[in-house]
Design a protein around this ligand. Structure first.
Ligand code: ADP
Ligand code: ZN
Ligand code: ZN
Length: 783
C-alpha cells in the first residue's frame, strides 16, 4: 500500500506559506521531489557553491540512475510525522549531492502547491502528479544554441580588399564571394551565407576554420507569435454584450471567480469568451483554453486566428516530440501567451497564467482515468483558486455539478439566450420505433432507419441541403452471433463482445462478408471464423445490431446518389483527416454525413438542416449514474448541428421509449425542469453532487487473489454514519486486458472526506505484488 499518511496529514497549502524561503545556505540539505510514483521528496546535499531555491529543476542521482526532479520546499517548513522525521535523520554525510541545476525556469510555487493539491485529492503519489508537470524531459535541458557566422571582428575593416589572410591560406573566387557577402558584418546562418554567395557549404566551413569567419550564438527565432488583442473584435449586442462586459471586469479584477457561460449552441459563447482572453492578454498575462477534443478543433483555431491574427500554442497528444519540447519551454518562458489544449495542458509550467476557459465543461473527456485519475475541469477550478484568477466554464448543457454550484451561489452565471444572427433552434421530433418500424430492405435485410426518417432525408437532399445520421457506435456491428446455436464472439481478455469492423473502403457488397473483429477495450483483433467454435456450423455467424458502418451501408442502398461520408474516430486517421472532412461538409462536397460522436462536437455546418439520431436510447443503459444526464447532453449537442444558419433545422430521434424523461426534455427543450428532476433524484439518494463517491478497483491476473484481497479489505471496511460501502462485486467489466476486476464503491455524505476514509481503511494493508488497487475519486465510469 502506498503510504499516504504524510501528505494527507498536511493540509493542502493554498496560501503564501513557504513560497519565498529565500536562498538556501550552501551545502545544506534540500528535499527533491522526483517524477516517480513516490509520495515524498528525497533529501539531497547541495554541493558547495551551488545556490538552489525551491522550484529549481535539478539532476540528482537515484541508485545507478540520474533523474530530473524539482527542489521542493524545505521539509522543515511543514509538519512531519514520525516516519518522515526518522527519514530526515539520515546523516548529512550519507546524503548524495545534487549533480547540477537544469537550465529551465524554476517551477513556480503555485504549480508546486497545485501538484500537492492534486496528489492529495486524487490520492495519487505526489511524484506521479509531478511527472505530469514535467511531461517533456527533453525540455528541461537548455535548447542547443543556434550558431551563425559573421566576418571575424579583426578582419571586417580590411576584408573588403581581400588582402588580409593568415599564412598558408589561399584565396579563391568562391572564398572572395563569401567574404564580400559577409562584409556587412551581419551574422547569418552558414546555410544562408553559402546560398547568398552561391558557393557550397564546405567553402564557408573552410573560412571558419581559417579564422576569417567567426561563429556566434544567436537566439533562436520566436516560434510563438503573440496574439494581438487589439485587432477588431466582433460587435456584441444584448446578452452577448453584457456577458463580454462582465467577463472583462472579472479578468481585470485578477481575483478568483468561477463563471458559467451558459448559452444554446450557436449563441456565440466562443466569441464571447475570446474577449475574456483578449482582456487577459491586455493585462499581460497568459491564458489557457481547455477543449475536450483538441484534435478536432480546426474550426476553433481558425476562429482564434481571425480574432488575434495568429494561432495559439497547442497542446495535445498529436504533437511531435519537437513540438512538445518547444511548446513546453515557450509556456515556461512566457513566449506562448495563449495555450489551447486537452486536459494535460493544465499541468504546463505557466509563469503568468491569468485566465482559464473550459469549453464544453460537461464533457466526460475531461476525466482522465490513469495513474492519476482526475477531472480536468475540477482541477482547473483548483488551479484558478490557487492562482487567484478567474475561470470560465462554457456549455450549452452544463453538468449537474456546475448547475448546482450556480444554484447555491458558488459560481456566477452568464446566459446567452438566443442563437447568433437569429437562427432558430431546431425542432425536435420523437420517432416511436414501436410504431414506425424500419422495414426490411431488398438485398440488404434488416434496416435501421424508419420510413419517416428515410422520407425526411430524401426531402432534405432533394432541397439541396445536408443531412446527418448519428449513431454513437463505431464499427459495423457490435455483436457477432451464431444463428444455429446462439454463440456470441467474445474478447478472450475482456468481458466484452467483439465488434465487427469492415473498414471505410469496403464495398459493402454481398451478405456474409466477414470483417475484422476488434475488442474496443484492449485492442484484440481477429478474423471472423468460418465456422462456429461451439456448434461447428459453417457460415453461421451473423452481424447483430448496427454500428455506424452498417448505417452507411444502408444509406448507400437507400440514397445511392447522395455524396456520403462516414466519420468516426477510427475511420479518421489523424487531425488532418478530420479537418479535411469537416471542410468537405462545409463546402457542400458531402451532403449525407454519417458519424459517431465526433460529428457532434462544436462544428458549424451552415447548410445542415436535418439530423437523424439512429438510436437515441443507446446511452440510457448501463449502471452509470449520469446516463440520463449524458444522453441529454450528447443528443442536445448533436441536435445543435442542425439549422445553424438561416434555414430552420429539424431533428428526428428514433426511440423505443418516447416517454422517457430525457426524450421528453429534448422534445420540449425544457432543460431546466429536466435538470431539476434529475437533481432531486440524485439528492434523494445522496449521489453526486449531493454526496461523494469513490471507487476502489482491485485487479489481478489471478481471480482468487483479487477475491482474497477484497475479502480482507471488506473485513476492515470502516462503518459509521454518513458512509456506505457497496461491494466488493465483480466490476461490470469483470475481466479487462486479462485482469480480473473487483470493485468497491464508497458513498459518503457531502461533508465527509472519502480520501480520509480510504486512508484509514487501507492504512497498513499490504498489496501483494501482482495485485493493483486503483482509487478513483469522483468516478465517471462504472465499468
Ligand atoms: P457557441 O460557441 O455558443 O456554439 P459560436 O461562438 O460558435 O457559438 O457562434 C456561432 C456562430 O455565430 C459562429 O460562426 C460565430 O462566429 C458567429 N457569431 C457569434 N457571435 C457573433 C458576433 N457577435 N458577431 C459576429 N459573429 C458572431
Ligand atoms: Zn454455433
Ligand atoms: Zn479485450
Amino acid at each position: 500500500m502506498p503510504d499516504r499518511h504524510a501528505s494527507s496529514a498536511r493540509p493542502a497549502s493554498t496560501g503564501q506559506s513557504g513560497i519565498l524561503p529565500g536562498l538556501l545556505e550552501p551545502s545544506s540539505r534540500v528535499a527533491v521531489l522526483l517524477p516517480l510514483p513516490l509520495n515524498h521528496p528525497y533529501d539531497y546535499k547541495v554541493p558547495a557553491g551551488m545556490g538552489v531555491q525551491p522550484g529549481d529543476v535539478v539532476l540528482v542521482p537515484l541508485g545507478k540512475r540520474e533523474v530530473t526532479g524539482v527542489v521542493w520546499d524545505p521539509a522543515d517548513s511543514e509538519p512531519k510525522d514520525n516516519e518522515q522525521a526518522s527519514d530526515a535523520d539520515v546523516q548529512e554525510d550519507r546524503l548524495r549531492p545534487i549533480i547540477r541545476q537544469c537550465a529551465v525556469p524554476p517551477m513556480t510555487a503555485l504549480l508546486r502547491r497545485f501538484v500537492e493539491w492534486v496528489a492529495d485529492y486524487t490520492m495519487a503519489p505526489q511524484g506521479a502528479v509531478l511527472k505530469m508537470a514535467l511531461s517533456v524531459p527533453d525540455a528541461l535541458q537548455a535548447p542547443k544554441p543556434v550558431l551563425a557566422v559573421r566576418l571575424a571582428e579583426a578582419l571586417s575593416e580590411r576584408a573588403k580588399d581581400n588582402e588580409d589572410a593568415p599564412d598558408g591560406f589561399k584565396w579563391t573566387d568562391a572564398r572572395r564571394r563569401v567574404v564580400a557577402e559577409a562584409a556587412d558584418g551581419m551574422a547569418r546562418s552558414p546555410a544562408d551565407l553559402s546560398m547568398a554567395s552561391g558557393v557550397g557549404a564546405s567553402v564557408v566551413k573552410g573560412l571558419v576554420k581559417a579564422g576569417l569567419l567567426e561563429q556566434v550564438e544567436v537566439s533562436s527565432p520566436r516560434r510563438f507569435e503573440s496574439p494581438d488583442h487589439r485587432l477588431q473584435p466582433p460587435e456584441f449586442f444584448g446578452d452577448q454584450a453584457d456577458a463580454v462586459e462582465r467577463l472583462k471586469v472579472l479578468v481585470r479584477d485578477e481575483a478568483f471567480s468561477v463563471s458559467l457561460l451558459d448559452g444554446v449552441t450557436g449563441s456565440g459563447k466562443t466569441e464571447v469568451y475570446l474577449e475574456a482572453v483578449a482582456e487577459c492578454l491586455a493585462a499581460g498575462r497568459q491564458a489557457m483554453v481547455l477543449l475536450p477534443e483538441i484534435a478536432l478543433s480546426g474550426q476553433w483555431l481558425e476562429r482564434f486566428r481571425r480574432r488575434f491574427g495568429v494561432a495559439p500554442a497547442q497542446w495535445h497528444s498529436d504533437l511531435t516530440p519537437a513540438q512538445r519540447r518547444a511548446t513546453w519551454r515557450a509556456v515556461a518562458e512566457g513566449e506562448a501567451r495563449v495555450v489551447v489544449g486537452a486536459r494535460s495542458a493544465l499541468f504546463l509550467p505557466y509563469g503568468e497564467l491569468g485566465l482559464i476557459i473550459v469549453d464544453e465543461e460537461h464533457e466526460s473527456a475531461f476525466k482522465q482515468e490513469d495513474v492519476v485519475s482526475y477531472h480536468a475541469r475540477d482541477m482547473a477550478v483548483v488551479r484558478a483558486r490557487l492562482g487567484g484568477f478567474p475561470i470560465v466554464l462554457a456549455s450549452a448543457t452544463p453538468s449537474l455539478e456546475t448547475l448546482t454550484n450556480v444554484k447555491n451561489g458558488r459560481y456566477g452565471c452568464l446566459k446567452l439566450h438566443r442563437r447568433h444572427g437569429g437562427a432558430e433552434l431546431p425542432s425536435i421530433d420523437l420517432l416511436d420505433l414501436r410504431k414506425d418500424k424500419p422495414t426490411r430492405i431488398e438485398g440488404l435485410g434488416q434496416s435501421w432507419l424508419a420510413p419517416s426518417l428515410r422520407a425526411a432525408i430524401t426531402e432534405t437532399l432533394a432541397e439541396g441541403q445536408q443531412a446527418m445520421l448519428f449513431l454513437n457506435r463505431r464499427g459495423y456491428a457490435p455483436l457477432t452471433l451464431c444463428r444455429s446455436c446462439g454463440h456470441r464472439l467474445r474478447c478472450p481478455h475482456c468481458t466484452a463482445w467483439l465488434v465487427e469492423h469492415r473498414g471505410r473502403n469496403h464495398s459493402f457488397e454481398g451478405e456474409g462478408v466477414g470483417g475484422d473483429l476488434q475488442c474496443h477495450h484492449c485492442g484484440y483483433r481477429a478474423r471472423r471464423p468460418d465456422s462456429c467454435s461451439e456448434c461447428g456450423d459453417s457460415d453461421s455467424y451473423a452481424a447483430c445490431g448496427p454500428g455506424v458502418e452498417r448505417i452507411a451501408e444502408e444509406a448507400a442502398a437507400l440514397f445511392p446518389d447522395a455524396r456520403r461520408a462516414v466519420m468516426a474516430s477510427d475511420t479518421l486517421t489523424g487531425p488532418n483527416a478530420a479537418a479535411k472532412m469537416i471542410k468537405a461538409v462545409q463546402d457542400g462536397e458531402i451532403n449525407l454525413l454519417i458519424g459517431t460522436q465526433v460529428v457532434a462536437k462544436g462544428h458549424h455546418f451552415p447548410d445542415l438542416t436535418l439530423v437523424g439520431v439512429v438510436d437515441a436510447d443507446l446511452g440510457l443503459f448501463g449502471g452509470d449514474l449520469r446516463a440520463s444526464e449524458r444522453s441529454y447532453q450528447l443528443l442536445h449537442q448533436v441536435a445543435g448541428r442542425a439549422g445553424r444558419a438561416g434555414r430552420p433545422g429539424r431533428v428526428v430521434l428514433q426511440t423505443s421509449d418516447p416517454d422517457h424523461p430525457v426524450m421528453q426534455a429534448l422534445r420540449s427543450g425544457d432543460r431546466d425542469s429536466f435538470f431539476e428532476m434529475e437533481s432531486e433524484m440524485r439528492q434523494r439518494s445522496y449521489l453526486p453532487p449531493f454526496g461523494r463517491l469513490a471507487a476502489l478497483i482491485v485487479s489481478s491476473p489471478v481471480e482468487e487473489d483479487a477475491d482474497g484481497f477484497c475479502r480482507n479489505l471488506a473485513k476492515r471496511a470502516p462503518g459509521y454514519e454518513g458512509i456506505e460501502i457497496l461491494g466488493p462485486a465483480p466490476a461490470p467489466m469483470a475481466l479487462l486486458r486479462g485482469r480480473h476486476r473487483r470493485r468497491f464503491l464508497l458513498k459518503t455524505r457531502r461533508d465527509l472526506s472519502p480520501q480520509a476514509i480510504i486512508q484509514e481503511w487501507t492504512a497498513g494493508v499490504r498489496l501483494p505484488s501482482r495485485l493493483r488497487l486503483q482509487i478513483d475519486i469522483d468516478p465517471y465510469s462504472f465499468f
